[in-house]
Design a protein. Structure first.
Length: 638
């Protein structure tokens, strides 16, 4: 096997060895310098004249000569304690011209004289002592550079974090332990990829018939719909190795590193085929090349070019499938989407009502549930939830049950978790009485207009308790899944959005800044009705929307307008007409049912939160009112 394919655990890292050797050498030198007597400086150095004075006074006990230096030990002074005495040692330098009187003076006082050769190694030790900090700094510098290089690039042109699963013998853990039974609510997507399992298990049968498996499968869908889980389940069903990596892990500081990692990834997959390569967030490296503000990024484009080349380089006997996942297929390079690369496109949509029931059962199968838990009711109350949202809902319900010290998770915990996810977390604010009254009027206006609108979604709950970023919330739940929005539904939606502002105007005679978000939502919806969906008779079925492309997403650098100023003025006029009609409709409803509105405001101020049944008691029967209002609405529209 070539050296580049050997186990990295058996391949010595030369840089690490050098760094460790330098650090160990520095520690050894430091130890010897501390323990070597010859490297130690004397405790004191005195002039030669002072030494001669001490010698004359008879205070010198011994003298050791080393070249032109003398180490002098004085006689012991008076005892400091019962057993301790103090002796003084110092070093002096003998003049270079010598001193003829020194030897006779020592002999006269019978002082012990020792002559030792000069310490030739002491100078070397001192030099090494001065170099020791530099050796330590250089060693630390090499270590820091090597560590940063491994973290960033895995070495120039290296594989970095890919080594954690690209090397070593095949392991059982490389095959995911999930299958299609763990993926609920995506039956159509499972049917699309199920035949890939048969190819990976029995590729010879397909080859005998001249069939070729798709080289790439692109999974598209909103975030949280289970694209990664579907890829793992495919590998688990087929029992093949699964290589998973995010597209952003290919992009590094140095140009060419991403392309090198792509080569290593595909080489390893070919050696262990059949296998599945899963690239998550493919749009991070697969965006259209050569476009966008300032042009494309060289490193990203080289990485994409390498992926395209590797997907074209598969031979007929290699059972390898490349799976890609993205929620932005509109920005992908056309070369990725052509046949021969990502041949098959699988769409994972948000789950419908029945799919949400299946997902709830999957995520709560290990959870002790109370008898009052109804998956059908939970599914109906969570429209638009993805699989990840439902998993989060189940987890939040379990956490609420744990806080209550409950033995089982009941329906109240699921309702509380749903309110937290959909409405926000409860906040504690010191709201003044007049603001609280205005807030109750505002939310009651939304509720009343929605209640008496025949085409609006039913009211689920209204609250003036601050949650999330809102001071109050009016929550509607659709009775069924909507895939298209009718004009009547949208007009009713506009009236409901402007109902809070209209209630303030009718009941208080003034309006407040609390309708800021309502006006923004209503304006955006009305503009879409006019410029995108052709619901204005004056404008007609003409696409007059502003360009939705962004210069950083690989589209136009500028934001071109394909219509005249006259058309734009007509759009603004039609939008204003839609909003004025919706506001008039809301004001008429509030004026017609003013007594019911006052009752609802009183109950809302008292209880702060009202559910659907309590709202129905306050507002009464709505059948006759709906018929009357529906007739008026059609007359105004005509």
């Amino acid at each position: 096997m070539p050296d580049e394919q050997q186990d990295p655990k058996k391949t010595p890292d030369i840089q690490n060895w050098i760094i460790n050797a330098v650090l160990i050498l520095g520690l050894i030198m430091f130890y010897f310098l501390l323990t070597n007597d010859s490297a130690k400086s004397p405790s004191e150095a005195v002039p030669y004249s002072e030494f001669k004075a001490l010698l004359t006074d008879g205070k010198v006990a011994s003298v050791t000569l080393r070249g032109n230096k003398a180490e002098v030990t004085l006689l012991q002074e008076e005892p400091i304690g019962p057993q301790k005495t103090l002796s003084r040692k110092f070093e002096t330098r003998i003049p270079d011209i010598g001193d003829e009187s020194l030897l006779p003076a020592l002999e006269a006082q019978r002082i012990v004289l020792r002559v030792q050769p000069p310490d030739e190694n002491k100078g070397l030790w001192l030099i090494l002592l001065n170099l020791l900090p530099w050796i330590v700094i250089i060693g630390f510098w090499f270590w820091a550079i090597n560590r940063a290089q491994q973290n960033i690039t895995g070495g120039i042109g290296g594989k970095g974090k890919l080594d954690s699963f690209l090397r070593g013998s095949p392991r059982k853990s490389d095959i995911p332990n999930v299958n299609f039974d763990d993926v609920a609510g995506q039956d159509s997507a499972k049917r699309e990829v199920s035949e890939l399992v048969e190819f990976l298990k029995h590729p010879s049968h397909f080859r005998q018939l001249g069939a070729e498996v798709p080289r790439g499968v692109l999974m598209m869908g909103p975030p949280g719909t289970g694209k990664t889980l579907m890829a793992r389940a495919l590998a688990g069903e087929a029992g093949v190795r699964f290589y998973s990596i995010s597209g952003s892990e290919f992009i590094e500081v140095f140009v060419g590193v991403g392309a090198s990692r792509v080569r290593h990834l595909f080489e390893e997959a070919k050696e262990n085929s059949p296998a599945i390569i899963f690239i998550d967030e493919l749009d991070s490296i697969g965006r259209t090349r050569g476009t966008g503000l300032g042009g494309g990024h060289d490193e990203r484009e080289q990485t994409l070019n390498q992926i395209l080349a590797e997907m074209d380089g598969f031979s007929g006997h290699e059972a390898i499938i490349v799976l890609g996942a993205t929620n932005r297929p509109d920005v992908l390079d056309p070369a990725l989407l052509r046949p021969g690369r990502f041949d098959r496109h699988v769409v994972l949509e948000l789950p419908d009502r029945n799919d949400r029931i299946a997902i709830l059962k999957v995520h709560s199968r290990k959870m002790p549930l109370d008898d009052d838990v109804s998956f059908e009711q939970l599914s109906a109350g969570t429209p638009g939830f993805s699989g990840a949202d439902i998993k989060n809902l189940v987890n939040e319900a379990a956490m609420f049950a744990a806080r209550d010290k409950a033995d089982k998770v009941c329906m109240a915990h699921f309702d509380e978790a749903r309110d937290k996810l959909m409405l926000g977390t409860v906040r504690t604010l010191a709201i003044q009485p007049d603001e609280r009254h205005r807030l109750a009027i505002h939310e009651s206006g939304h509720t009343l207009v929605a209640y008496f609108q025949p085409d609006a979604d039913p009211i689920y709950k209204v609250s003036i308790i601050p949650r999330g970023r809102a001071l109050g919330v009016t929550h509607q739940l659709p009775e069924y899944e909507r895939y298209t929005l009718s004009e009547d539904y949208l007009r009713a939606r506009l009236a409901v959005i402007l109902g809070g502002r209209s209630a303030e105007q009718v009941m208080l005679g003034t309006i407040s800044s609390g309708a800021d978000d309502d006006i923004a939502q209503a304006t955006a919806l009305a503009r879409a009705m006019v410029s995108r969906w052709g619901m204005s008779k004056e404008i007609g079925p003409v696409d007059l929307r502003d360009s939705e492309s962004h210069p950083f997403l690989g589209k136009e650098i500028a934001q071109p307008r394909h219509f005249s100023e006259s058309s734009a003025r007509s759009v603004d006029k039609a939008v204003k007409a839609f909003l004025s009609e919706a506001e008039k409709q809301a004001i008429d409803l509030i004026g017609t049912h003013k007594k019911q509105l006052e009752s609802l405001i009183q109950e809302l101020e008292e209880h702060e939160t009202l559910d659907g049944e309590q709202i129905k008691v306050c507002l009464g029967d709505k059948v006759s009112s709906i018929k009357t209002n529906s007739t008026k609405s059609k007359e105004v529209r005509d």
